[in-house]
Ligand binder design. Structure first.
Ligand code: ATP
Length: 314
């Protein structure tokens, strides 16, 4: 992939606070026109990465190029092209949502009232536009932050944990918004999340970050094998059930829990697993498909060949 197609390119991006590395030698390549997930557990370095990308903190080493230009050196020129929501957006409590957005627009040289309303509508807040910000719930504040990030129609949108704290309907609104920005408008969207499923449903590409390093990166499809399934089996004898499950063809991981076992297996083998457990005289109270957790992904990445960061450049 040529550099011209990259909206973000970091090389050895590093941020240390004292002796602690928040981000350690990060090489990221974000192509134009995709939704890119930064996936990692609490403290992995996602927010620090985003702050580095926005030039909010200076790197200890390495650099970040946005649209091919150094964010550290050309921040003022680059910022108008970037919309962001990071670390709880600040709004005036005694202004309405609409006034807050139009005020932000004024600072940037003026934004049409219709654009303000369009942004409110895109996050499902149009009918609350005249309410004071101070009366907004956490989820509404978060959505207004996203609306603010879109206000100036930026080419690159960076959202730190955009769905955390949102209720299920609002999560759907934000997922749809991310896909629309990419698919209909050709924008590039970077989102951080600690939720594997969230990245699965809204992102095209992902970098998995652990302790400030990229441990896997590439296309979401390639990283998250569709032939792999996860089921929770509820049974009164988890120890023996785990033993039996380990002997079933296509079973890749088994974990005993107090009330049953959690199994990772080839998708088409769930029925065989059920049959073998019953044949072994075990009572199967339920066999429920579920989503893979981020912890399980880390486990797999540690145990299997990693999707190398170099794959991004292919
Ligand atoms: P979360 O999901 O909890 O928001 P995160 O992946 O966004 O986590 P960061 O906020 O980037 O993680 O933090 C990464 C590490 O850097 C943590 O160990 C954190 O304590 C440390 N860190 C971040 N900012 C600072 C700071 N200003 N001073 C000292 N340490 C910091």
């Amino acid at each position: 992939m040529g550099d011209g197609d990259l909206v973000i390119r970091t090389r050895g991006l590093t941020k240390a606070y004292g002796a602690r590395f928040a981000v350690r030698g990060l090489d990221l390549e974000v192509p134009r026109g995709c939704a890119f997930g930064l996936l990692g557990q609490n403290g992995a370095g996602k927010t620090t990465t985003i702050r580095l990308l926005l030039g909010l903190v200076r790197p200890t080493a390495g650099d970040a190029l946005i649209f091919g230009r150094s964010i550290a050196e050309e921040r003022l020129a680059l910022l108008p092209r970037i919309g962001c929501m990071v670390e709880g957006p600040a709004f005036y409590p005694y202004l309405s949502a609409r006034r807050n957005l139009s005020w932000l627009g004024d600072i940037a040289g003026g934004v049409a009232a219709a654009r303000v309303d369009e942004c409110l509508a895109r996050v499902g807040l149009l009918d609350r536009g005249d309410d004071l910000y101070r009366g907004f719930s956490t989820g509404m504040r978060q959505r207004l932050g996203i609306a603010a990030a879109l206000l100036l129609d930026p080419e690159l949108v960076i959202l730190d944990e955009p769905v955390s704290g949102l209720d299920p309907p609002a999560v759907l609104v934000v997922r749809r918004l991310i896909r629309d920005l990419v698919e209909r408008e050709g924008k590039t969207v970077v989102v951080s999340s600690h939720l594997l499923h969230e990245v699965e449903v809204s992102c095209d590409r992902v970098a998995v970050i652990d302790q400030g390093r990229v441990v896997a990166a590439g296309e979401v499809k390639a990283l998250l094998d569709p032939d792999q399934a996860w089921v929770d089996v509820s049974t009164p004898d988890p120890g023996r059930a785990a033993e039996v499950a380990r002997g079933v063809e296509g079973v890749r991981s088994v974990e005993a829990r107090p009330d049953g076992i959690a199994v990772g297996l080839e998708a088409q083998q769930a029925a065989a697993l059920n049959r073998r457990l019953v044949e072994a005289g075990l009572e199967v109270r339920a066999l429920v498909p579920r989503k893979r957790s981020l912890e399980e992904l880390f486990h797999e990445l540690a145990g299997t060949a990693r999707v190398e960061a170099a794959e991004l450049r292919s």
